[in-house]
Write a protein that binds this ligand. Structure first.
Ligand SMILES: C[S@@+](CC[C@H](N)C(=O)[O-])C[C@H]1O[C@@H](n2cnc3c(N)ncnc32)[C@H](O)[C@@H]1O
Length: 277
């Protein structure tokens, strides 16, 4: 028989995504399977006027917001995130990089945040569940972006169909995702023209997941309270094993650069070639 620490269900209260992401090191400030080079590549594809406005919904630690400000020097950015700790860290980093006068962070629920005006670029990377899924997010974003602006959206999809264990690893009762073509179909049907789609690589996924694991391991090893240490380290192992056995190679992530299309022109976007119908 195993000791209780080995076999019993454990209360993981307080060990959640916010706590894990707050412990990401400065070498991986992106909260997702995305490299710094990918961020630069996508942001350089966006043509912005010199005094452009950027809205980053769910800005996390500010990786996208702050790089947008560096690559588009006359622009200003509003970052919104539910986590006050994330906003505090993004704001500190903006100060460190001399961007504080152009970055304004708001610790609020994005569902309740209504900006005064639409923006030239709206980013929403990794939180479509907040708006009830991809369709709900696309509807929400429509009002936030200028008619000739851009949206940068990050969405999960399945590289291969998930099994029950995969859904359990993500604490999902129902499957909210499709395959990659399914994502593109929803986007075009909702009246958005894809400009670019970039799928996260295996290396980007591994770098992100191991950055999360490193943060958890440091947390556990530095914890003086033996019970807390046990909880954190056991959680860390479950987290790592779920990734290695149930998610790696199955869960995908795509960054989409989109432009809004007027309703009268949606038929130009949401179509298949004659021969493919
Ligand atoms: C996967 S992370 C992505 C962060 C950032 N976009 C990035 O790519 O680095 C999702 C972020 O959404 C934030 N979030 C979750 N629910 C939210 C809500 N209702 N309103 C605002 N932010 C939310 C989380 O705190 C987290 O920072």
């Amino acid at each position: 028989m195993g000791s209780p620490e080995r076999t019993q269900a454990m209360d993981y209260t307080g060990i959640d995504n916010e706590a894990i992401w707050n412990r990401l090191g400065d070498d991986h400030p992106v909260v997702g399977p995305v490299s710094g080079a990918t961020i630069d590549r996508l942001l350089r594809m966006v043509e912005l006027k010199s005094d452009a406005t950027v809205l980053d919904i769910g800005c996390g630690l500010g990786a996208w917001s702050l790089r947008a400000l560096e690559l588009h020097p006359g622009s200003s950015c509003v970052g919104v995130d539910l986590s006050a700790a994330h906003i505090a860290r993004a704001t500190r980093e903006a100060e460190r990089r001399g961007l504080a006068d152009r970055f304004s962070g708001h610790a609020v629920n994005a569902r309740a945040f209504t900006p005064q005006d639409p923006s030239d670029l709206v980013m929403c990377v990794g939180l479509t569940e907040v708006f009830g899924g991809l369709d709900g997010t696309l509807k929400h974003l429509r009002a936030q972006v200028l008619p000739n602006g851009y949206v940068l959206l990050g969405e999960s999809f399945w590289h291969r169909p998930p099994n029950e264990q995969t859904l359990a690893a993500l604490s999902l009762d129902e499957d909210p995702h499709t395959d990659l073509n399914g994502v593109l179909e929803q986007v075009t049907a909702a009246g958005w023209m894809p400009v670019h789609a970039q799928v996260s690589t295996a290396e980007e996924w591994d770098n992100f997941l191991w950055a999360c694991v490193r943060g958890l391991v440091d947390w556990g090893f530095n914890e003086q309270d033996p019970a807390a240490r046990t909880r954190i380290l056991r959680y860390t192992s479950d987290y790592r094993e779920s990734w290695l056995h149930n998610l790696r190679g199955t869960l995908g992530f795509v960054l989409l650069l989109l432009r809004p299309v007027a309703p009268s022109e949606t038929f130009l976007v949401a179509r298949r070639p004659e021969w493919a119908r």
